[in-house]
Structure formats: C-alpha cells, structure tokens
Design a protein around this ligand. Sequence first.
Ligand SMILES: Nc1nc2c(c(=O)[nH]1)N[C@H]1C(S)=C(S)[C@@H](COP(=O)(O)O)O[C@H]1N2
Ligand SMILES: [Mo]
Length: 385
Amino acid sequence: MARRHVVSRRQFLAGSAAAAAALAARRDALAQAPAQAQKFHVKPVPADIFIDHGINQETRLETLPGYLTPASHFFIRHHATPPSLDARTWRLRVEGNGVERPAELGFDDLLRLPSRSVISFVECAGNGRGFFKELMGKVASGTQWRLGGIGVAEWTGVPLGAVLELARVRRDTPRDILNVLVEGLDSVKVNRPMSLAKALEDDTLLAYAMNGEPVPPDHGFPVRAIVPGWVGISSVKWVGRIEVRDSTIDVPTTTKTYVLDGPDYPSKVVLRQQTLKSAVALPWGATLTAGRQRVRGFAWSPVGRIARVEWSLDRGTTWAPAALREPNIARAWVRWDFEWDARQGDHVILTRATDEQGNTQPASIPWNAQGYGYNVPVPHPVKVS
Ligand SMILES: Nc1nc2c(c(=O)[nH]1)N[C@H]1C(S)=C(S)[C@@H](COP(=O)(O)O)O[C@H]1N2
Ligand SMILES: [Mo]
C-alpha cells in the first residue's frame, strides 16, 4: 500500500497545483456543459470504440491507445439520462446527524481546497456479467457486459474527507458507526453509502477533472466521487448532496441492487470491493494471421498492484508468464503482453492474474441473480488463418 501513496503524492506535488490553477482560469468557459437534448449520451459513442448496450456503452479494450483511458473511450453506465448542469450554479450540501455544522459549497469553493490526483479504475459491478450466460449457461439480469465495463483515468479533485470536515464530522460519536451517503443530481438521484473510514481514505475524491480536463458530462460534470477499488456505483456522478449519518444507511443500492443474492447466497451480501480480473485486448472472436503475434491485455485488482499474469492456450492445463509493463498502479491496472507463435486454426486464450496480496482469479464462482463479480479466466476465442 505504501507504494500507492508514493505515486499519488509525487503526482500531487508535480501536477495538481498547476492543474487547479488552469482549471480555475478556464472555469467560466467551461462552466456551461454543452446544450443537450433528451438523449442517453452527450459524447459520441461510435461503434468502432463502443459495444452498444443502449444507455450503457462498453469499451472495446483493443482500441485503447495507452495506459490511461481517454474520455472519448471511457465506458458509460447511466441509470437515467445525464443531467445538464452549470458549474456556476452548482451547489453541494453536506449535512446529516453525523456533522456538527451543515455546509454548502460551490464549484469555486471546491477549487480553492487542496487538490490531489489519483490514477484509479472505475469499473461496473456487473462487468463480466455476460459470461454467466455465455459460459455458465445461467443468465443474470442486467447489461450483458463482457470485460469492457472498466476504464482507468487520472482523477483530480479534493479528498472527500476535506469536504466532510467543512461540516465538522461529529467527534462525540464513535467513528465506526458513521456512514457517508453520496447522492447524484440525475433525475433518479443515484446514491450509495460508504463507511466513514472509506470516505476518509486519502484517495477517495470528489473529482472535477479527468485526465487533466474537466470531467465530461457523461462522466459526472462538474463533480463526481471516485472511490478506488469499490464497485462503480460508489463513484457517484453529478454529486449534489452528501449525508453523514450515525447509523447504517439502507438505500435501494444496498438492499436491492449491488448485492449478491441467489441460491448460493443464504442472505444478501452487500457489494463493496470489485473483483480481480484480466482481459485480452482483442475483439471477441478476433482473426489473426499465422506466425509471431504479440497478444496484449490488461489486469487489475481492487486491493493492490498486479504481481503476475499467466496465459494458457490449452484451456488451463499449462500456464506461462506474460510480461508486465509499467506503470503498474494499485486499484488502476497493468498492461501485460506475451509473444505467441500462432498456428492456423481456432484457439482460445485464457489469462489469469494474481495481485501482490496473493489473490488469484478463481477457477469457478457461484452464480448470483444480478450477475456481479464474474472473474473466472475466460476462454477468449481467436481464429488464426
Ligand atoms: N449519479 C449517478 N452516478 C453514477 C451512476 C448513475 O447512473 N448516476 N452510475 C454508476 C455506475 S453503476 C457506474 S458503473 C459508474 C459508471 O461511470 P462512468 O459512466 O463514468 O463510466 O458510475 C456510477 N455513478
Ligand atoms: Mo455499474
């Protein structure tokens, strides 16, 4: 874990003061999001970059040009059409019985607070869901993602803890009973709670920039939460209200959705952390020419750096190590590759990641009704001609 903080702090010192100043300078020009009709997406979602799931758009991982996912390529998961917000009139309320002095702040107030940059993935809890049907033969409800419901960006903003302190988190209350609900300004007011401990982690942010640019409308303009390692739903977009409460916070995203349920779960398990995964950056059913090929992809863990990625071309009987390329950042991802002497015919490529805490992708997982957390190595089909 120490490593992650070193990386973050170095970036913090190098870039964030300048980035915040530049953002402030440009804010008037940027304060108005582009005019929007009632449509699902503000940015273009071309079919060569995204797999179309209607309101949700899955990134074709093979189109990613480098380590960070550009906003133009970042997957989209909306519960409703994105709201059209103006940073000049945007307000954030921090309230609840867990604070001493409810606070309200505007976009400029947020820009004035010390900023921090964190490289982290946002990944949908349902990423991989399609494989419950495709590989297990048991359909789970929801968007049938393969593995492109993830993106890695550099997020710049203010640690959530600093904003909570503006409202003074109660000192007379045991910290472990306090919870923090973050609520969006979309029509359905998507919200999700986290423990105060998670809210106070250095890397839990209220972000106003993505890869050095204002957060685009589809990704939460003007401000979104970033909760590294946790299911995407926790990274609430278009944040407008935060509540600190001295009790458990039960909302539909912890009682109905984003829970593991089904025959193998006697009681519902509330989802918090994502699961460890790896993916091949090739179209599903790619065609390659025979001969030396470099196969590449991504691997990520919710708790640490990736220690090892292995690949198999015999359905898991034998495994060989892939090369890992820098950077390798905890709760972001690592790029891996291997050289393959591809022979004509139909093949499947399996990859299996292990993180620095020793967690490995499992050989099987129980089905759950809403299809969360699928992280068994998948047989990626490739035709060599
Ligand atoms: N307000 C709000 N926040 C939200 C959502 C939403 O629909 N509304 N979707 C959540 C889900 S389920 C995911 S996976 C991520 C997706 O973030 P992205 O669209 O920027 O990729 O945002 C989360 N935050
Ligand atoms: Mo999600």
